[in-house]
Design a protein around this ligand. Structure first.
Ligand code: HEM
Length: 487
């Protein structure tokens, strides 16, 4: 191995890294041992704030290859021809736990992919579930507080969780998925992913359709039972991380098929549910999956902190041909992620290698902490100006969007949109096997048994009413397991 000289961070070759500079054999240590201070001070700053959610995760690089033509829906360059390949970075995560938490925890799994396209980075920041707990972004921080730790005991609290769920029946659809064995996937390789929100696509003729994105695992779905997941917590906290690293290092590269569902605007206006409601799916019978391409993960980053910890995904990152939708939660997320990343990584986080667009970036943004690039050099830092040739290209303008109403108000979604029960009921009756139904009820009973305090009966009663409205068989099975009479 070629030897290299030990240096300080400023590049001064240094003579000693094991023994401090002392006055005499027994000390004391001298203040002028700069290498010692530099090392200790840098060490003290090794930790950055963990992600406020999705703190524990793992990532890999890979490629996306187009296998089917969807140019009738989108002009996005990454889908421009069959066989075209685009590099990507994926990060999988657990939502509620801290960075040192267990991979086999009952929780949704994050499924975020950054595609490095010629028109900028496209981030699809999804989960392993097609729906979510809330349909208004105002509820997100409240919901997450109930999944984290009790302010007094600093313990996870089934009381807080079920109090929130029982007062927010819009959570039922996601809750049924979470409480089934799909809430404890065997590994990140063995689960599907979903963009979850409704997005839009725009083709060359400037025609817009609404779309949902799905990633179908090529490894097959595999879940832990509650018992297996609990015992894995004791055996290996990092099992899902290890599983992904081991598979890729053995060249057993995991794949997912990217598929989309498409809804025309005309159909959206007649759809029985709000097509922009994140707590609802679009039934596959009416909106069949259309195959687009294959995602393969084939490289584990050499340095976890550099690429995985510093990765910054944002639903706001779309590219020409892919757009947002009126989904309220998506709209809230457009603001939240870059804001979190400016706090977590600093204003220049887009310059970190894993986040950096490998194609041209021309902005008038300048300065800020940790500016490590040319910072625009001597070029003008304002526009318009008479000196440079940066132009705004009108070809990239999105088709204007007509809105339902121009009257701004706090519309009560529970007055206009209160069917929280039909879709979870369909999932329970039409998709789940008898074994799935039994495990679902058992998992819910096990979790609800943790509810305590003087509101216990009120919370249980309220939640049991919701479960019974999904399906009386489910409500009865849980009531029986809890030995509770619904009032
Ligand atoms: C209003 C709703 C939501 C808000 C305000 C929100 C906010 C956040 C924030 C602040 C982060 C940390 C970002 C960072 O530090 O880099 C995050 C991470 C994440 N969120 Fe959300 N979130 C919301 C809903 C959702 C939904 C609906 C999904 C999935 C469909 C989702 C998937 C993710 C994923 C996968 C990550 C981790 C990304 C990574 O691997 O770095 N979130 N979220």
């Amino acid at each position: 191995m070629k030897k290299s000289k030990l240096t300080t961070a400023s590049g001064r070759p240094y003579c000693e890294y094991e023994n401090s500079l002392t006055a005499g054999i027994r000390g004391p240590v001298l203040l002028q041992d700069y290498f010692l201070h530099e090392d200790m001070a840098h060490f003290n700053r090794e930790r950055i704030p963990e992600r406020v959610v999705h703190a524990k995760g793992t990532g890999a690089f890979g490629t996306f290859t187009v296998t089917h033509d969807i140019r009738m829906y989108t002009k996005a360059k990454l889908f421009s021809e069959i066989g075209k390949q685009t590099s990507l970075f994926a990060r999988f995560s657990i939502v509620g736990g801290e960075k040192g938490g267990a991979d086999s925890e009952r929780d949704p799994r994050g499924f975020a992919i950054k595609f490095y396209t010629e028109d900028g980075n496209w981030d699809l920041v999804g989960n392993n579930t097609p729906v979510f707990f809330i349909k208004d972004p105002k509820k997100f921080s409240h919901f997450i507080h109930t999944q984290k730790r009790d302010p007094k005991t600093n313990c996870k609290s089934p009381t807080m969780m079920w109090d929130f769920f029982s007062l927010n029946p819009e959570s039922l659809h996601q809750l049924i998925i979470l409480m089934s064995d799909r809430g404890t996937p065997f590994s990140y390789r063995h689960m599907d992913g979903f963009g979850s929100h409704t997005f839009s696509m725009l083709n060359k003729k400037n025609e817009r359709v609404w779309v949902k994105f799905h990633y179908k695992t090529g490894q097959g779905i595999k879940n832990f039972s509650r018992k297996e997941a609990n015992s894995m917590k004791g055996a290996d906290l990092d099992q899902a991380q290890r599983d992904l690293v081991d598979a890729i290092e053995k060249k057993d590269f995991p794949i997912w098929k990217l598929k989309i569902q498409v809804m025309t605007d005309a159909k959206a206006k007649k759809f029985h549910w709000n097509p922009f409601d994140l707590t609802k799916v679009w039934p596959h019978r009416e909106f069949p999956l259309i195959e687009v391409g294959t995602i393969e993960l084939n490289k584990i980053p050499e340095n976890y902190f550099r690429d995985v910890e510093q990765a910054a995904f944002a639903p706001a990152h779309v590219v020409d041909g892919i757009g947002y939708s009126p989904d309220k939660v998506l709209q809230g997320r457009l603001l939240s992620y870059p804001d979190a990343q400016r706090y977590r990584l600093g204003a220049n986080y887009e310059q970190i290698p894993v986040n950096k667009c490998p194609y041209a970036v021309n902005t008038y943004q300048r300065d800020g902490l940790m500016q490590t690039e040319e910072n625009g050099g001597a070029k003008p830092n304002y526009g318009p100006n008479s000196f440079d040739a940066i132009v705004a290209d009108g070809d990239y303008k999105e088709l204007p969007l007509s809105l339902d109403s121009l009257t701004a108000d706090f519309y009560d979604r529970n007055k206009t949109d209160r069917d929280h029960y039909t879709q979870p009921g369909n999932l329970y009756r039409d998709v789940m096997t008898s074994a799935d139904k039994k495990n679902l009820a058992d998992n819910i009973v096990s979790s609800m048994q943790g509810i305590s305090g003087d509101k216990k009966n009120e919370i249980i009663n309220r939640q049991l009413c919701h479960f019974s409205r999904i399906d009386s068989q489910l409500g009865n099975a849980i009531a029986k397991g809890l030995q509770f009479d619904i009032r």
